[in-house]
Design a protein around this ligand. Structure first.
Ligand code: GLN
Length: 239
C-alpha cells in the first residue's frame, strides 16, 4: 500500500460505467474495511488528471464511443502507465479490459489501446450476450468465475499474458478463454459489478494491493448462493 489507507481509483465513471461498475469499488472498499484497512475511493472523471499513486485502478464497461474516448484520454494522461510502473493493481471490465491491450475496434475503426497487456481485440461474428462462466487459472487460487457478458469484441491473447479462465459457458475472449492477467493487471468480460459475484476475485486484488498473503475470511453466504443459483441455471439451460 502506498499510504496509510488503501487508495482505490474508479477511472472515468462519466464514460465507462455502463453496467453498474461502481459496484466493484463498493465491494473492494467494503471487503478491505472489514479486514481493518482504511480505504479512500476516488472517482476520477475524464476531464480530470489521473493520480498515479493509488493502489487499485478500476476501469468499467462502455459503449464504443465512450470506450474510444476513454482510451484516448488515458493515453494522453499517462497516469495509469506511471501507476502500473510503480506496481499498482488494475482491474478492467469489458471495454475497460479491451483498452488495456494493444488495439480494439470501436464503431468500425481500429483504436489504439494502452499496450499495458499483450492482446488485441477485433469484432466477432455475433454479439456475445448471456451467462459467462469459467475455471480460473489455478495459480490465482480463485474458484470458478461466474458472470454476465454483453460485447461485440473478441480478444486474442499474445504470449505475454495468461488467460484469466477457461470458458465453461458463454464466449469470453473467443469461446475458449476468458479475460487475461499479468503481474497485478487483470481484465475480464464478466460485466459490471463482477466482484460482487466473484468475491474471491475481489480478495485477490486486495491481496495484490496490500501484500497480504491471506485475508481473514468473510461471510459470503449471499454471493455463494447467487453463484450456485446461476451455475445451476447455466447447467439446466445446457441439459
Ligand atoms: N464496446 C465494446 C464491445 O462491444 C465493449 C462493450 C462493453 O463494455 N460491454 O465489445
Amino acid at each position: 500500500m502506498s499510504t496509510e489507507s488503501l487508495r482505490i481509483v474508479w477511472i472515468y465513471p462519466d464514460l465507462l460505467s455502463t453496467y453498474g461498475d461502481r459496484g466493484n469499488a463498493l465491494i473492494l472498499a467494503r471487503r478491505a474495511r472489514q479486514r481493518g484497512f482504511p480505504v479512500e475511493v476516488l472517482e476520477v472523471r475524464s476531464d480530470q488528471r489521473l493520480p498515479s499513486t493509488a493502489d487499485i485502478y478500476l476501469i468499467g464497461g462502455g459503449e464504443d464511443g465512450p470506450q474510444a474516448l476513454g482510451a484516448q484520454r488515458l493515453l494522453a494522461d499517462g497516469g495509469l502507465h506511471r501507476a502500473v510502473a510503480q506496481g499498482s493493481v488494475v482491474f478492467g471490465v469489458c471495454a475497460g479490459y479491451q483498452l488495456l491491450g494493444t488495439s480494439f475496434f470501436a464503431k468500425g475503426t481500429r483504436c489504439a489501446g494502452l499496450e499495458l497487456l499483450d492482446f488485441s481485440s477485433d469484432r466477432g461474428p455475433t454479439r456475445a450476450v448471456g451467462e459467462l462462466a469459467g475455471e480460473i487459472d489455478p495459480r490465482l487460487g480463485v474458484p470458478a468465475l461466474t458472470g454476465f457478458e454483453n460485447h461485440g469484441g473478441r480478444t486474442h491473447l499474445g504470449p505475454g499474458v495468461s488467460p484469466l479462465a477457461r470458458v465453461t459457458a458463454g464466449v469470453g475472449n473467443d469461446g475458449a478463454t476468458e479475460g487475461a492477467w499479468r503481474g497485478k493487471l487483470l481484465g475480464t468480460y464478466s460485466h459490471g459489478p463482477a466482484l460482487a459475484r466473484n468475491p474471491a476475485l475481489a480478495d485477490l486484488l486486495l491481496r495484490w494491493a496490500t501484500g497480504a498473503h491471506q485475508l481473514p475470511p468473510l461471510d459470503d453466504t449471499w454471493p455463494d448462493r447467487l453463484r450456485a443459483e446461476r451455475r445451476a441455471a447455466v447447467a439446466a439451460a445446457r441439459a
